[in-house]
Design a binder for this molecule. Structure first.
Ligand code: ATP
Length: 347
């Protein structure tokens, strides 16, 4: 693909805060009209990279082109072609949704008539036509984020940056925002979406770049990334915690011994398998022979969560746990790893 086929080209980007390297040679190439998920634990450098690409922050090294222009030498050209939705809503609480969008349009020098028309179009598109006359303070979290998205699209940007767009939303609000993002893609808008929600990247992104310590450590579709840690896995869920060690040793023989994992809270033992049916049959037989009663036995694909842990070894993180609790009370287990899995946090 030629350079002009790419909406974003990042090469060896560096950003230091004192001695700390927030970006440490980040590479990223995003074809036009696609959604790229940038997935990483807290502090991986996601927000820093978005801020550099959106020309809000200057890099210390490397090169970045957005919509065909270098962010360092042509920031105005870049700004003219991008939209940005940050982690916090930037709308006026007292004004209605319609008035907010109209105001953004006027700020961008659309004439009064065009600003009103564009506000109406965008409210319609994001399912806010009915609520457009209400003051923002009466909106739910999901409605606010959709309004934010609409505000980011006033000028029909070629590239839209969404920095953790669903942080703090409940599962319903999150799904509303996902649907809104999906509706953008048909337009040919390129979307760069940072997220800590594995399921969000799985749902929305054409490809996912995993970042850690300021650099890209893996890239691919969700399926390709899942394949990097091998094929299917077998899960055995038990009735009693006392049986966990014996079940782990059964799986160690029936499946691949090097990958056996035990989840004490979920009373689950799991392992990667090479030959699905043989491993399942052998597991059932060996469990019965050892007198272990299983509550459930299942074959499944690896989750992105497992891929993520495999790649980054992400571990408990105060900030991640806090954000997780705000997002959904049910997701604390996933939040402990600094990355949230929507599948685990669903209602
Ligand atoms: P999160 O998911 O928590 O938003 P992130 O992947 O977006 O994390 P960044 O916000 O880009 O990560 O931060 C990358 C690293 O740089 C972190 O270690 C952070 O503490 C540090 N950092 C970010 N901004 C600053 C700043 N203004 N001054 C000093 N250090 C900073």
């Amino acid at each position: 693909m030629a350079d002009h086929d790419h909406a974003i080209v990042v090469e060896g980007l560096e950003k230091r805060y004192g001695k700390h390297r927030a970006l440490d040679g980040l590479d990223l190439v995003v074809p036009r009209g696609t959604v790229r998920g940038v997935l990483g634990p807290n502090g991986a450098g996601k927000t820093t990279s978005v801020r550099v690409l959106a020309t809000l922050l200057r890099a210390d090294g490397g090169r970045a082109r957005v919509a065909g222009f270098d962010v360092a030498t042509h920031p105005d050209e870049v700004r003219y072609r991008i939209g940005l939705l940050g982690q916090h809503a930037a709308v006026d609480e007292e004004l209605s949704g319609f008035q907010n969008l109209e105001m953004f349009g006027r700020l961008y020098h659309l004439g009064a008539g065009r600003a009103r028309r564009r506000a109406g179009e965008l409210l319609e598109r994001f399912g806010l036509a009915e609520t457009g006359k209400k003051a923002i303070k009466q909106y739910s979290g999901g409605m606010r984020r959709r309004l934010d998205l609409a505000a980011g699209l006033i000028m029909r940007p070629q590239v839209l940056f969404l920095d953790e767009p669903t942080t703090g939303l409940d599962p319903r609000g999150r799904r509303e925002v996902w649907n809104a993002v999906r509706s953008l893609v048909g337009d040919g808008t390129t979307v760069l979406l940072t997220t800590q929600y594995l399921e969000e990247a799985d749902q929305l992104a054409d490809r996912i770049t995993v970042v850690d310590h300021g650099r890209a450590i893996a890239e691919g579709t969700a399926d390709e990334l899942k394949s990097t840690i091998g094929g299917d896995r077998i899960d055995v869920v038990l009735h009693h915690a006392d049986d966990l060690p014996a079940a782990a040793s059964v799986l160690g023989m029936a499946a691949r011994a090097d990958g056996v994992e035990t989840d004490e809270d979920a009373l689950r033992v799991s392992a990667p398998v090479a030959d699905r049916v043989a491993a399942l049959t052998e597991t059932v037989r060996a469990l019965a022979a050892a007198g272990i009663e299983a509550r459930d036995i299942a074959l499944r694909r690896p989750t992105l969560d497992e891929v993520f842990l495999h790649l980054t070894g992400a571990r408990p993180d105060e900030e991640g746990s806090r954000a997780e609790k705000e997002a959904t009370p049910a997701g604390a287990a996933a939040g402990e790893r600094g990355v949230r899995n929507e599948g685990e946090a669903a209602e």
